[in-house]
Design a binder for this molecule. Structure first.
Ligand code: 5GP
Ligand code: ZN
Length: 112
């Protein structure tokens, strides 16, 4: 997607602080962290959001969650953490490229 910020991050057109990369997934620090650890985990292939996942994306979706869990270990979040994915305008999704927020490093408030 031409005007997608996260596609630009994937293509290194916008710099980011990457913490994980595989053939199909990257993870990088959120520019405006809401917790001591706030990482975004995204597929390299543009998918609008969790609402547009197709049946054939099921394994990718699973691997995204597994990547979040591995990154949480990397950041020593053994005490717990939160995975959030916002969907659409009403859900507060500001970047329309599927991403999972990994939030942790403190006792999290009820909402974020
Ligand atoms: P959403 O609101 O769509 O669930 O989350 C989008 C997230 O992307 C926000 O937490 C926002 O801070 C983050 N974000 C937006 N633009 C950039 C950017 O250019 N770089 C990084 N690292 N994060 C960004
Ligand atoms: Zn994109």
């Amino acid at each position: 997607m031409n005007d997608c910020i996260f596609c630009k991050i994937i293509n290194n057109e916008i710099p980011s602080e990457k913490v994980f990369e595989s053939e199909e997934i990257i993870a990088f620090k959120d520019i405006n962290p809401q917790a001591p650890v706030h990482i975004l985990v995204i597929p390299k292939r543009h998918i609008d959001g969790a609402d547009t996942l197709e049946k054939e994306d099921a394994e990718l979706a699973g691997r995204l969650i597994l990547a979040v869990a591995r990154i949480a270990e990397q950041f020593h979040l053994g005490g717990g953490y939160r995975i959030v994915t916002n969907i659409g305008k009403d859900g507060g999704q500001t970047v329309r490229h599927l991403h999972f927020h990994l939030l942790g490093g403190e006792i999290l408030k009820d909402s974020f």
